[in-house]
Design a protein around this ligand. Structure first.
Ligand code: FAD
Ligand code: UDP
Length: 386
């Protein structure tokens, strides 16, 4: 038997591709080196709680096509992400909004908040311009994350809510990080704690694993199967490969290793109903070793699948770390050095005409779930509608 497609990786990218290929009448085999499907969005049941095993995942999108697509495979609840920041015991609302500004400075109106931010930005930008030999009227273009953050939100918020968290998360000084990372964070002069500027948001009822199971319904899946270790044999049984693992691993790291940030999760089952009263609490000081604590039950309002209150709770402390070969790669480090190396791997990848590279690792891209779905659907259109 020869399959039309071998899909390497049962994460969101692979599962969407596999589903569409099957719908187009193609034969598909999905493999994954892990013992479970769903890649990084895998959720595991513990005491009735869907635990996000590889990090908390909140689905959010502005792309109607993606929302209409994914809601065929799961019903989503009305969860809205509103993380709390804990800075040395002081609690602040995220993202940066009127609740945050009121707590930080005692300001009450949007005008007061705007002028406080303006005042802090102004002094900093003037100082930076002087350092660069620019005049007051010259344009100031932020060159790194610190400059971007302060020129967006001022020094107080940068010092208390951004600097420590970012440096723990990325293991690099804010002056060495690209500014785009922080552009993802909204800044609002309204009382709105919704972390995402998204039209659609929620958590799939029954967990993400169930959603991927639905996508893979009727498709052959082999788990605990590493493509790279069995490449020769697997290539023989398929016409084409859709590869969603790390691009540099595919080429045996022959041009060097792309860098990632990894995360270590320390999970605890607690015999009490409520630990922190919120799904996510970010620890934004430098001293606390973890970046955040996730309390999984609050993604589903503390209820089990039948709507009963859960008596226990599961928490995960997240520790960010530098990735080394053998660890789980989580966040691509999209800086210049890695960007250059990726380009070289991409040139090699373009020459592999029987292999499609896709997803967060295959394209070495900081993709959210909705972007992964959009990218996989685009690929399906190109590949399957020929
Ligand atoms: P993956 O889910 O990583 O799937 C790749 C699969 O390939 C894995 O199952 C892996 O085991 C398998 N594989 C790799 N190599 C091989 C091999 N050699 N042989 C066989 N199988 C192989 N997005 C959001 O929209 N909202 C969020 O809140 C959010 N939170 C996140 C939190 C964290 C900690 C992280 C890391 C990411 C988060 N994301 C979030 C992004 C989201 O996880 C990704 O966009 C999405 O899961 C990527 O899907 P994928 O299929 O590309 O990759
Ligand atoms: N960030 C921060 N303080 C916070 C939360 C986020 O400084 O409390 C910064 C940090 O640099 C992070 C970036 O904002 O990398 C993007 O945050 P987001 O939550 O979008 O990152 P994710 O973990 O989802 O990739």
């Amino acid at each position: 038997m020869k399959y039309d497609y071998l899909v390497v990786g049962s994460g969101l990218y692979g599962a969407v591709f596999a589903h569409e290929a099957k719908m187009a009448g193609k034969s598909v085999l999905v493999i994954d080196k892990r013992p479970n499907i769903a890649g990084n969005i895998y959720t595991e049941d513990l005491e009735g709680i869907h635990v996000h095993k590889y990090g908390a995942h909140i689905f959010h999108t502005n792309i109607k096509k993606v929302w209409d697509y994914i809601t065929q495979f799961a019903e989503f609840n009305r969860f809205t992400n509103s993380p709390v920041a804990n800075y040395k015991g002081e609690l602040y609302s995220l993202p940066f909004n009127m609740y945050t500004f009121n707590k930080m400075w005692g300001v009450v109106t949007p005008e007061e908040a705007a002028s406080k931010i303006e005042e802090q930005k102004k002094d900093y930008i003037l100082k930076k311009k002087a350092e660069r030999g620019l005049s007051e009227n010259d344009e100031f273009v932020p060159e790194n994350l610190e400059e971007q953050a302060i020129s967006l939100i001022g020094t107080d918020i940068y010092e208390k809510l951004i600097k420590g968290y970012t440096e723990k998360q990325w293991g690099r000084d804010c002056t060495e990080l690209p500014s785009f990372i922080i552009k993802r964070l909204p800044v609002r002069l309204t009382f709105d704690n919704n972390y995402f500027n998204a039209l659609y948001q929620g958590i799939p009822k029954g967990g993400y694993t169930k959603m991927i199971e639905n996508l893979l319904d009727g498709i052959e899946v082999r788990l605990s199967t590493d493509y790279l270790e069995n490449k020769e044999a697997l290539d023989k049984i398929c016409e084409k490969v859709v590869y969603t693992g790390p691009i540099d691993a595919y080429f045996g790291y022959k041009l060097g290793t792309l860098e990632y940030r990894s995360v270590r999760f320390e999970n605890e089952l607690l015999d009490k109903p409520n630990f922190q009263g919120n799904a996510a609490v970010n620890y934004t000081d430098k001293e606390t070793p973890w970046t955040r604590i996730i309390e999984h039950k609050w993604f589903e309002f503390g209820k089990d699948d039948d709507g009963n209150d859960l008596p226990k709770t599961v928490i995960s402390r997240e520790y960010s770390s530098e990735w080394k070969p053998g660890d789980e790669p989580y966040y691509p480090v999209n800086d210049e050095k890695n960007g250059e190396l990726y380009k070289k791997y991409k040139e090699l990848a373009d020459k592999e005409d029987k292999v499609i590279f896709g997803g967060r690792l295959g394209e070495y891209k900081y993709y959210d779930m909705d972007a992964v779905i959009a990218s996989s659907l685009d690929m399906c259109e190109k590949e399957l509608n020929k």
